[in-house]
Design a protein around this ligand. Structure first.
Ligand SMILES: Nc1nc2c(c(=O)[nH]1)N[C@H]1C(S)=C(S)[C@@H](COP(=O)(O)OP(=O)(O)OC[C@H]3O[C@@H](n4cnc5c(N)ncnc54)[C@H](O)[C@@H]3O)O[C@H]1N2
Ligand code: MOO
Length: 423
């Protein structure tokens, strides 16, 4: 019996050589470059450890609007015996900050550098009066309680230290990652080149939306769903459906796009009289097998020789089953983790556990991946049945629920593993 883990390991091994050959590219980091070409920045994976060129914060600064003081000056302050201090010139964020004389209070705004000599900040709300003095107003401010040294001071390097690894190779870059890179003053990041995937969904009955269907024909769901899935894993996609059951036509589609890192086919792998993917790729050495999983049982993978710039290259091929749910579940179980590992990133789906909200049956010889939702009370509720044509109930789902081999019946309350698929 071939398990999900066995097959994932083989697909991961198939793609592993890409890791060395893929290479990297530099991305400029600025608001202008991100907004000019947003697609270029989605799901990028850092190619190398990024060492921080500066510390964050770069200097000690105030966390609050208030008064910078020396904690020692307020040591005796109480409501009955307030400490009154003369007010020094104000510092705001961006101002050059000088030094703070002992026995004074410096009005300071959030983000302003802490003048040398001060070691704490008292919020304006705690000062008496609780307002900043105007040029013509009070020249003194009172404090009614002591303050500990370090209060509301954001110390230099408390977030990032210059020279430390800011982000490790394999980090997936999102808003916070780009933000902290920009905050340190780095102007570019080195990311892995995207894996370029030729996606070939097959079937002579499949037509594009917008065309008239003859009896027996259906619209192509897989090209769009798998393109979206591959983009979501950070790949570049060349989608070239093959609307023919002729093996030569499929081989022509593949040979016409040799400049890719991976071929993913969809459909044509089961036991019919004509299975275009088996017929075309089996003789070239691609192997077909059954994984003890439902949906997504029939699978294939291997390498085929193609001519790239006159030289023969061994192109990895992954063959997914054609039922729309089977194709997507196979992507989740095998391709997505293998692609992310190839880029050096951790596969993002975390396995969690929750009780089932209902009883249901399961085939004992297959690991079932049922679609469902995590209810507000923390229980797993299935959406739709187990059949692999039920794409709508997949679209309504937020989790894939694992029912392991050997389980014939799940009772209400039984704990099951699940993956979130809504992120
Ligand atoms: N005798 C057997 N029949 C089948 C077996 C089996 O073991 N023995 N396995 C079943 C399982 S499980 C699956 S999964 C499918 C896999 O079939 P194929 O990979 O050969 O896929 P197709 O036959 O091409 O298509 C299956 C199904 O999905 C529809 N389809 C295909 N492409 C698209 C698309 N782009 N958009 C929307 N729908 C698509 C297609 O029309 C078929 O209905 O085989 C079972 N049979
Ligand atoms: O295993 Mo197939 O993928 O159920 O429909």
């Amino acid at each position: 019996m071939r398990t999900i883990d066995d097959h994932r390991a083989e697909i991961t091994a198939l793609l592993a050589p890409l890791r060395g050959s893929l290479g990297s590219e530099w991305l400029p980091v600025s608001g202008e470059s991100l907004s000019a070409d947003p697609a270029r920045y989605l799901r990028r994976v850092l190619a190398r450890d990024l060492v921080s060129p500066s510390s964050l914060p770069a200097f000690d600064n105030s966390q609050m609007d208030g008064f910078a003081v020396r904690a020692a000056d307020l040591a005796t302050a109480t409501a009955h015996s307030p400490v009154s201090l003369p007010v020094a010139p104000r510092v705001a964020a961006g101002d050059v900050f000088g030094s703070h004389a002992a026995g004074t209070a410096t009005p300071i705004m959030t983000g302003a550098g802490l003048p040398e000599g001060a070691d704490a900040v008292v919020q304006i709300e705690k000062a008496v009066p609780p307002v900043f003095p105007t040029a013509s107003g009070d020249t003194h401010v009172s404090f009614v309680e002591p303050v500990a040294a370090g209060t509301f001071v954001r110390s230099a390097g408390s977030d990032v230290r210059e020279g430390e690894v800011l982000l490790a190779a394999g980090a997936v870059l999102g808003p916070a990652q780009f933000g902290v890179v920009a905050g340190t003053g780095a102007v570019r990041v080195e990311v892995r080149r995207r894996i370029r995937v030729l996606l070939v969904s097959t079937g002579h009955e499949i037509r594009d939306a917008g065309t008239a269907l003859a009896p027996g024909q259906i619209f192509d769901a897989n090209t769009v769903s798998l393109t979206a899935a591959l983009l979501g894993a950070g790949c570049e996609v060349v989608a070239r459906p093959c609307r023919s059951d002729d093996a030569d036509d499929l081989l022509d589609v593949i040979r016409d796009e040799p400049d890719v890192d991976l071929v993913v086919t969809v459909g044509g792998v089961s036991a019919g009289a004509r299975e275009v993917v088996r017929d075309a790729l089996g003789p070239l050495g691609v192997k077909f097998m059954k994984v003890a999983m439902q949906p997504g049982g029939p699978q294939g993978f291997g390498r085929i020789e193609v001519a790239v710039e006159g030289a023969a290259a061994a192109l990895p091929v992954v063959c997914l089953p054609g039922n729309p749910v089977s194709a997507l579940v196979s992507f989740e179980a095998f391709l997505r983790p293998a692609l992310l590992r190839t880029l050096g990133a951790e596969p993002l789906r975390e396995t969690r556990r929750a009780p089932s909200a209902e009883a249901f049956a399961s085939p004992p010889n297959h690991h079932q991946l049922r679609r469902g939702v995590l209810e507000p009370d923390g229980r797993l509720r299935l959406r739709g049945g187990p059949s692999s044509h039920l794409l709508h109930s997949y679209a309504e789902s937020t989790v894939l629920v694992h029912v392991p081999v050997g389980t014939t019946r799940v009772a209400e309350g039984d704990e099951l593993d699940f993956w979130r698929i809504d992120g």
